[in-house]
Design a protein around this ligand. Structure first.
Ligand code: FES
Length: 141
C-alpha cells in the first residue's frame, strides 16, 4: 500500500524537531483526522535561501513521511522556489500515496506556506504567489 520511500521517511524521518528563533513558523491541522503539523524555517536574510527546515508532526504515518520529504525538498531553495514544493511534488518525491492519504500531503504544503507567510509578515515583504493561510487549524480534505 505504501511505497518504500514513504516507509523510509516514516520510520526514519529527516529534520524532525524545532528551530529556535526560526525565521518563520507555520502550524496547520486537519480537523477531521485531528492531525497537526508545524514547520520551522531558518532563512538567510540576504539570499533568501532556506538554510534549515524542521518539522513537528502529531499525526499519521503519511503525515510524518510527507513532512519529512517536504523539509528535504525546501532545504537549499529560495523562499520563492519553495512555493513550487506543492503537495503533488511531495507525493511524487515519495513515489505516490494512497488516495485516502492525499490530504496528509496537503498539510505539508500548507505548513510550508504558513511558515513562509509568517516570515513574510515578520519581515514586511510580499512573496509573489503566496496566499494567506486559512485558519491555523481547518477542516478540509
Ligand atoms: Fe490526517 Fe494523515 S490521516 S494527516
Amino acid at each position: 500500500m505504501y511505497s518504500e520511500k514513504v516507509m523510509d521517511h516514516f520510520s526514519n524521518p529527516r529534520n524532525m524537531g524545532e528551530i529556535e528563533d526560526a525565521s518563520g513558523v507555520g502550524t496547520v491541522g486537519n480537523a477531521k483526522c485531528g492531525d497537526i503539523m508545524r514547520m520551522y524555517l531558518d532563512i538567510d536574510e540576504d539570499t533568501k535561501i532556506i538554510k534549515e527546515c524542521k518539522f513537528k508532526t502529531f499525526g499519521c504515518g503519511a503525515a510524518v513521511a510527507t513532512s519529512s520529504m517536504a523539509t528535504e525538498l525546501v532545504k537549499g531553495k529560495t523562499i520563492y522556489e519553495a512555493l513550487q514544493v506543492t503537495n503533488k511534488a511531495v507525493m511524487e518525491a515519495l513515489d505516490g500515496l494512497p488516495p485516502v492519504k492525499v490530504h496528509c500531503s496537503l498539510l505539508a504544503e500548507e505548513a510550508i506556506h504558513a511558515a513562509l507567510w509568517d516570515y513574510a509578515e515578520k519581515h514586511n515583504i510580499t512573496i509573489e504567489g503566496l496566499k494567506k493561510p486559512k485558519a491555523d487549524i481547518h477542516d478540509e480534505d
